[in-house]
Design a protein around this ligand. Structure first.
Ligand SMILES: Nc1ncnc2c1ncn2[C@@H]1O[C@H](COP(=O)(O)OP(=O)(O)OP(=O)(O)O)[C@@H](O)[C@H]1O
Ligand SMILES: [Mg+2]
Length: 459
């Protein structure tokens, strides 16, 4: 199948450029003509050229200089050289310099057509390949980091629920990774090749959100100059992610309930009922149960959304993910910013570990990005971190005396300091540490922890 391309023909001889132009137009290409290199580069600034055919000897800027400029400044645009009879050597040199191919004058039009088709399909392949690569990279970038027990449980649920059509409600504080988990569900679902539409419900006013979700008919309200499809319609067959679902108004909650129950709706100002096939994922940082109590969120809607619930714990409750997050974010930012940072000092690591992270992973990520960008040394140290983090870290520092080197040591120290805090009460300590009592008991034995009052305290 012929591919239609934008071709630039450069020759100082009017007859040749126009003759070539006509021949190529017959193959359905779009032609641009230039009389010399300068003229050609000017056209290339404003047009998306796919292929250049150029004469070598021309006034102002010759073909050789033009080709070298194109090879340097543009991504993969093939250049075909035209040479006079008996100058094959120049052509060979041009090929060495990076020309795609050459044609000798007088031009054999059939050969021209063949070479052009081949060059364009190759370019197409290279572009597709590059797009694929960048897609792979973006997907890689969005990967979830964390091997804590709590995150592993989440991955398990995600893997189980992803291939189904069940609605998923994701709960968690700001910045815990709710959106990343949504992406993961989509990627692992059977609908990964179908549309994936995200709507940030808190970002729009009620009426805008309504027409954004359901679409509107022409003339439905002032400014509705034409019929517009809503996000539900655009997501048909695929997945829709309604972020910050806790923010939607009672009226919209009713309309949404109907979509969930019957998978149908009408556009704003419209009468036709539109049926859709949707997978619905929602997320919120609000406590929806409490919102139901106070009458702000409909209970029936909650049960429809909450077929499968994923609770993403705050970072301070899965601190064993912190070291991995640090090293992964660091290497990303070092690469992105071309820095020569080699490591992060253990003091800085401890400060980051001890901090409470109210903004969760997003906050940690931002802190590390700014540390990398601003650091002048090869090692990130406490001076590169915001003072409030270091200060709070020190206040929480259960590890001040002995700088720990392993997670076991950190865990042991965490248990000791918590037991001190609870005056040896194990059930309270277990609660604070988010461990069950038996696990805590085993760890106390394993680490041979002895604190006054712990031994004989049997609670
Ligand atoms: N486990 C993780 N691994 C890697 N990056 C993460 C992880 N969790 C969160 N992030 C990063 O932190 C930032 C916030 O994540 P995300 O947007 O998914 O959080 P959220 O829970 O949707 O937050 P909000 O409620 O504020 O919208 C993003 O830059 C994301 O890439
Ligand atoms: Mg989010």
């Amino acid at each position: 199948m012929a591919i239609k391309a934008n071709i630039l023909v450069v020759d100082d001889e009017k007859n040749i450029r126009e003759g070539l132009g006509l021949a190529l137009k017959r193959d359905d290409h779009i032609l641009f003509l230039a009389a010399d290199g300068i003229d050609a580069l000017r056209i290339m600034k404003t047009e998306e050229i796919d292929l250049v055919i150029t004469d070598l000897r021309m006034p102002n800027m010759d073909g050789d200089t033009l080709m070298k400029t194109i090879l340097k400044e543009y991504f993969n645009i093939p250049v075909i050289i035209l040479t006079g009879h008996g100058t094959v050597e120049t052509a060979v040199q041009a090929m060495r310099d990076g020309a795609y191919d050459f044609l000798t004058k007088p031009i054999n039009l059939e050969k021209l057509s063949l070479i052009v088709t081949r060059a364009i399909s190759q370019r197409q392949l290279i572009i597709e390949n590059r797009n694929l690569q960048s897609k792979i990279e973006t997907f890689g970038k969005g990967k979830i980091i964390g091997k804590s027990e709590k995150m592993s449980k989440i991955y398990e649920i995600v893997e189980q629920v992803a291939p189904t059509k069940a609605s998923v409600l994701i709960l968690g504080e700001n910045g815990v990774g709710k959106e990343l988990i949504t992406n993961m569900i989509y990627q692992l679902s059977k609908r990964r090749d179908k549309p994936f539409i995200k709507v940030h419900c808190a970002a729009l006013s009620e009426s805008l959100l309504e027409s954004e979700l359901f679409g509107h008919e022409k003339g439905a309200f002032t400014g509705a100059i034409k019929t517009k499809k809503g996000r539900f319609e655009l997501a048909d067959g695929g997945t829709i992610f309604l972020d910050e679902i806790g923010e939607i108004s009672p009226q919209l909650q009713v309309k949404l309930l109907r979509v969930l129950q019957e998978r149908c709706f009408e556009r704003v100002g419209g009468e036709e009922t539109i049926q859709v096939d949707l997978r619905i994922i929602t997320a919120t940082n609000r406590d929806l149960k409490a919102e139901i109590e106070t009458g702000k969120f409909r209970e029936d809607l909650y049960y429809r959304l909450n077929v499968v619930q994923i609770n993403v714990p705050p970072l301070r409750e899965r601190k064993d993910d912190i070291p991995l997050l640090i090293s992964s974010f660091l290497s990303d930012f070092v690469r992105e910013n071309n820095k020569i940072i080699k490591e992060i000092s253990s003091k800085a690591k401890v400060a980051l570990y001890n901090y409470n992270w109210p903004g969760n992973v997003r906050e940690l990520r931002n802190v590390l990005e700014s540390a990398v960008v601003l650091s002048k040394n090869q090692i990130i140290d406490v001076d590169d971190l915001p003072p409030y983090i270091v200060q709070e870290g020190e206040e929480n520092n259960i590890l001040r005396v002995n700088m720990p080197t392993t997670m076991q040591e950190i865990e042991k120290l965490a248990i000791i300091s918590t037991l001190k805090l609870t005056n040896g009460k194990k059930s309270k300590a277990a609660e604070l540490l988010h461990l069950n009592r038996k696990t805590l008991h085993n760890k106390i034995a394993e680490y041979e922890i002895k604190i006054d009052g712990v031994e004989d305290n049997t609670d």
